[in-house]
Design a protein. Structure first.
Ligand SMILES: Cc1ncc(C[n+]2csc(CCOP(=O)(O)OP(=O)(O)O)c2C)c(N)n1
Ligand SMILES: [Mg+2]
Lengths: 268, 317
């Protein structure tokens, strides 16, 4: 499967999961679906049969509310039987509606925003100390950058020259109940990171070639500087009535909207 | 009453510093982190001997907990250090999600707990941390009583795989426990065997309980004194055994009455063996500035108030 087919399958699976469970956060799952598909298909080396292999590349999802897309990606890549996702967000399921570390392939629990970049920073530091060369990639959302706790590791990583740390920002311009620019405008975002001594690359977060090339290039560049990829994305990407709408941060599709969305995805 | 004498006085935080210095030499997996309080946490020796295994995170406690979780995921044993206030309440959510729930092997080691940090006053005098940490699933909570015990606990927790909250303090206190002791998590230490009342004490209040025991002896009261250094998991067996013998209990801690050692003991007793209990602790108020001795007197956390509580609880038998 190429990454584009994987991304499509991820979106279809997420749609099914959130419809079935009447769950939220489909918009944020769709905005990062292409990034996840590319990471797991093209960039990261993680053996689904051995998700605990100490040499594996590490992926950390900080925006834990959008875990449906991570679960779907892992399921489709064979980390666990795909049909287990039928229990997503159901009573007694291990597939909680916020990321759980109990799932094969998931590095850490998340859900409370603004925690995971610190953890990825710790892992990047440990990797240097042990002289191991795996990639450390952390994905955060844009609204999440409101949390001051993110800016603590953003200060710390350059101090320790953690060039093995790659931060990806899912810049979909919307947070829970408003546009990012109306809540707390992050701009100028590139300049913020540059002034914090990070190397910054901006990309289209739905262009698979661009994602592959950028993540590969920056993570191979051992220049003593941590890397941030500002991925410009569209919240709800792939379904017209969800795209760029605040409503689809929380809303779950009813049966008609579900069928409509499936049809749209199927014809792209 | 067994005699306890001391030749030296030191702060428990120095016991931590000595313990982590020893770990620095014996355990290559130990990494120390600190949020800009290196001297207060007595980390100088560890840092001097192991500069590559120390991370100065700056005044950024939330980040320190997360970075520690990342180090633990990578097989290291991080000791995250700061003041008790900033290592508990300020980062509760970080500890909850990234350490306790995620099961990362992080040791949160905090100094300046309680009233006895003295002059810094109410903002720093955390008296709720044991309650917070006790309520957290998967967390082990330890509050040692003197320099030697703190040192031993610091070393022992490296061999335990799981999150730990280790709480110690600033004032110099008599050193009365053995310097070659083996610290066992969750195993209470019987300071003195007695038959009339059980005094369960933790942290700085253990020495006060010994002083109280000496006063009580002169009144013909034979007090059993037990050091509960591990608040969680509680040594249920030791507590029930002692209470079944003495039939009355006094608890003593440098903490709020709500949610600390006293509450834990009451919970255990009321479910298994309802027994009269008097509790020594801070009664639903914040602290204030003062010398440690003045504050302990004012808030009723000393030998004198333990003696009064013993008289009261014996009358309730
Ligand atoms: C600490 C914390 N505060 C609040 C929330 C509730 N919450 C869940 S999602 C969300 C908005 C997220 O927006 P953004 O970070 O932009 O994510 P995305 O657009 O990628 O979904 C909020 C406020 C939370 N999960 N964690
Ligand atoms: Mg957003």
């Amino acid at each position: 499967m190429d990454s584009k087919s994987l991304a499509l399958q991820v979106r279809m699976k997420v749609l099914e999961m959130v419809h079935h469970a009447n769950a939220s956060h489909v918009g944020g799952a769709f905005s990062m679906a292409d990034i996840l598909a590319v990471l797991y298909n093209e960039v990261l080396t993680i053996d689904p049969q051995h998700p605990g292999d100490p040499h594996r590349d590490r992926f950390f999802l900080s925006k834990g509310h959008a875990c449906s897309a991570l679960y779907a990606t892992l399921g489709l890549q064979g980390f666990f039987p795909l049909e287990q996702l039928d229990t997503y967000a159901m009573d007694g399921s291990m597939f909680l509606s916020h990321t759980s570390h109990k799932i094969p392939g998931v590095e850490i629990s998340s859900g409370s925003l603004g925690h995971v970049l610190s953890i990825a920073t710790g892992v990047a530091f440990a990797a240097k100390l042990k002289k191991t060369t795996f990639k450390v990639v952390c994905l955060v959302s844009d609204g999440e950058l409101n949390e001051g706790s993110n800016w603590e590791p953003i200060m710390l990583a350059p101090q320790h020259k953690l060039d093995n740390l790659v931060l990806i920002i899912d810049y979909n311009k919307i947070q829970s109940l408003g546009f990012v620019k109306d809540v707390i405008d992050l701009e100028p975002l590139r300049a913020k990171f540059e002034s914090f001594r990070w190397e910054v690359v901006e990309i289209d977060g739905h262009n698979h070639e661009e994602i592959t090339d950028t993540v590969t290039t920056v993570s191979n560049n051992k220049n003593g500087i941590p890397k941030v990829i500002i991925a410009h994305t569209i919240k709800g990407k792939g379904v017209d009535y969800m795209e760029n709408t605040i409503l689809w941060h929380y809303r779950s599709p009813n049966i008609d909207l579900y069928n409509n969305a499936l049809k749209q995805l199927g014809t792209t | 009453m067994k005699k306890y004498t001391f030749t030296d006085k030191k702060d428990t935080r120095s016991g931590f510093g000595a313990g982590i210095a020893e770990l620095g030499r014996s355990n290559p997996k130990v990494i120390a982190l600190c949020a800009d309080l290196v001297a207060s946490l007595k980390l100088d020796t560890f840092i001097k001997e192991n500069p590559e295994r120390f991370i100065q995170v700056g005044i950024a406690e939330a980040n320190m907990i997360g970075v520690s979780a990342g180090l633990a995921l990578s097989g290291y044993i991080p000791y995250a250090t700061t003041f008790a206030n900033f290592g508990s309440g300020r980062v509760y959510d970080q500890i909850r999600q990234s350490v306790a729930y995620s099961g990362t092997n992080v040791k949160i080691c905090v100094s300046h707990a309680g009233l006895t940090l003295g002059e810094d006053g109410a903002t720093h005098q955390i008296l709720e941390d044991l309650a917070m940490m006790r309520a957290m699933p998967e967390m082990t909570v330890i509050n040692p009583c003197d320099y030697n015990q703190t040192k031993a606990a610091t070393i022992a927790i490296a061999d335990y795989n799981g999150p730990v909250y280790l709480r110690f303090g600033r004032p110099v206190m008599p050193i009365f426990t053995a310097d070659d002791q083996k610290f066992e998590i969750g195993k209470a230490w019987t300071v003195n065997e007695g038959k009339d009342v059980s005094i369960f004490a933790t942290g700085h209040l253990v020495w006060e309980a010994i002083l109280a025991g000496e006063i009580l002896e002169q009144e013909g009261i034979d007090a059993e004194i037990i050091n509960i250094h591990t608040i969680k998991p509680l040594d249920n067996e030791a507590i029930l055994k002692s209470a079944s013998k003495t039939r009355c209990v006094v608890t003593a801690e440098e903490h709020q009455l709500n949610g600390g050692l006293g509450d834990a003991v009451c919970q255990l007793l009321s479910r298994n063996m309802p027994t009269p209990v008097e509790m020594i602790g801070v009664n639903n108020s914040f602290g204030e500035s003062g010398t440690p001795a003045q504050l302990m007197e004012k808030y009723g956390l000393n030998a004198k108030s333990i003696v009064e509580s013993v008289r009261k609880v014996i009358a309730r038998k």
